[in-house]
Design a protein around this ligand. Structure first.
Ligand code: ZN
Ligand code: ZN
Length: 412
């Protein structure tokens, strides 16, 4: 298939916000060609030739497009039982529609940590549908009875599900925990996700339960390292988190109940933490409406109360913090609300870095996304007001809707 030729783009009359330094330049311009940023400066913009699309920003702020490092594009329903009845094709179409909405919210890159596959990423790369860059990790690995084992108690027999449109596959024992990542990397997974503690939505585990043995975690880390990839773990409780960090994982998702040792291990390993506060806010209401069990709702309350304190502790200690949301199905419209929640303990410059430059570093895409540097993808967000003055402008624009530009082409 042929790719549409991206137009040259010249944005004039803008403030350029560089997340790395939180510097904002006045009366600036930015030029893009073939999907990349080719130049920017202040003062007089270069003369526009006929093939250049000129966008007068009228004093708006231009920053890199946002990165959400914890999504499940495929989980477009909160009801796992209902979802199990879907064909892979139907689930994928729904997922790509949600991906398009993510882009329109300002997320030009998303990291999928369970569910999305190489076909979805390819469809978006080829421009079959509008959507963000989709960095996928294939299916997360769960032990039997772990966070990714959603089989009802009535279901016996060998665990399955590698082929189903779910977010996880079951792998038990060191050999299986080597074979499954090899299979996911074969299919183009960008990272490996391991579920090492209980979860709130999984019916049969406790949040404080440790899943996977030290030997299994070490095997997963070795496989990822051998493939020049990294491991990220789903974990709430320090029992699981700290063991995983000692085994060499590079990233921790959620981390709501972390302790002082977690902070030390994160700093020592230059590891990343991706809190997902908004999902607990949403699960507390949407989960109840969707008929979530009382056990799950109690677990939601436990981690929800601790989440903000954990974030504050990590922020004060200087941990690498990355933006993530972990929303399911009808909760997705709240994807930007994570900014509002985190703003209680973090200043805007840090919040913006978490969704741009720091996220890019986690993804191994430093300099390519999350920056206005020359040579980076021209993934941009044009906001009416300066989000460094007030982060809420990203969530609810004052006057004009925020504009999204992906690879040099305006989307909204
Ligand atoms: Zn999780
Ligand atoms: Zn998740």
């Amino acid at each position: 298939m042929t790719h549409p030729t991206p137009a040259r783009l010249l944005i004039t009359n803008a403030h350029l916000l560089h997340p790395e330094t939180a510097e904002v330049t006045d009366a600036s311009w930015l030029e893009a060609a073939d999907g990349r940023i080719t130049a920017h400066g202040t003062g007089r913009p270069p003369a526009a030739t006929e093939d250049v699309r000129v966008l007068d920003a009228r004093g708006a702020t231009v920053l890199p497009g946002l990165i959400d490092a914890h999504v499940h594009a495929l989980l477009t329903s909160i009801d796992a039982t209902e979802q199990r009845s879907w064909s892979a094709g139907y689930a994928t179409v729904r997922a790509l529609k949600e991906a398009e909405r993510m882009l329109r919210r300002g997320f030009t890159t998303v990291r999928d940590v369970g569910g999305a596959d190489h076909g979805m990423a390819r469809a978006l790369t080829e421009g079959l549908m509008p959507g963000p860059r989709l960095i996928h990790g294939g299916k997360a690995l769960s032990q039997t009875g772990g966070h990714g084992d959603l089989r009802p108690l009535s279901e016996d027999g060998a665990p399955c599900c590698g082929h189903r449109p779910g977010f996880a596959r079951i792998a038990d024992g060191v050999d299986a925990v080597r074979a499954a990542p090899r299979d996911e990397f074969r299919k183009g997974a960008h990272h490996l996700k391991l579920l090492v503690s209980g979860g709130v939505a999984s019916p049969h585990d406790e949040v404080s339960a440790v899943q996977y043995s030290d030997a299994e975690m070490a095997a997963a880390v070795e496989e990822a390292t051998n493939h020049n990839r990294y491991v990220t773990v789903h974990a709430y409780h320090p029992r699981g988190i700290n063991r995983a960090l000692r085994a060499g994982v590079r990233c921790v998702e959620h981390g709501n109940l972390l302790d002082d040792e977690t902070i030390q291990l994160l700093l020592q390993g230059d590891a990343f933490l991706v809190p997902t506060l908004v999902t607990y806010e949403q699960l507390a209401t949407a989960g109840r409406r969707a008929g979530m069990s009382e056990t799950s709702l109690r677990k939601v309350d436990d981690v929800r109360e601790a989440g903000l304190g954990a974030l504050e502790k990590a922020h004060r200690a200087g941990v690498n913090l990355v933006y993530g949301t972990d929303l399911l199905g009808p909760m997705h419209p709240h994807q930007l609300d994570e900014f509002t929640l985190r703003a209680q303990v973090q200043p805007p410059a840090d919040l913006i870095r978490s969704a741009t430059s720091t996220a890019a570093r986690l993804l191994g895409m430093e300099g390519a996304i999350g920056t206005l540097a020359v040579g980076a993808h021209a993934d941009l967000l044009v906001t009416d007001a300066n989000p460094l003055d007030d982060i809420s402008t990203l969530v609810t624009p004052r006057h004009l809707p925020n504009r999204v530009i992906k690879a040099g082409s305006p989307v909204t």
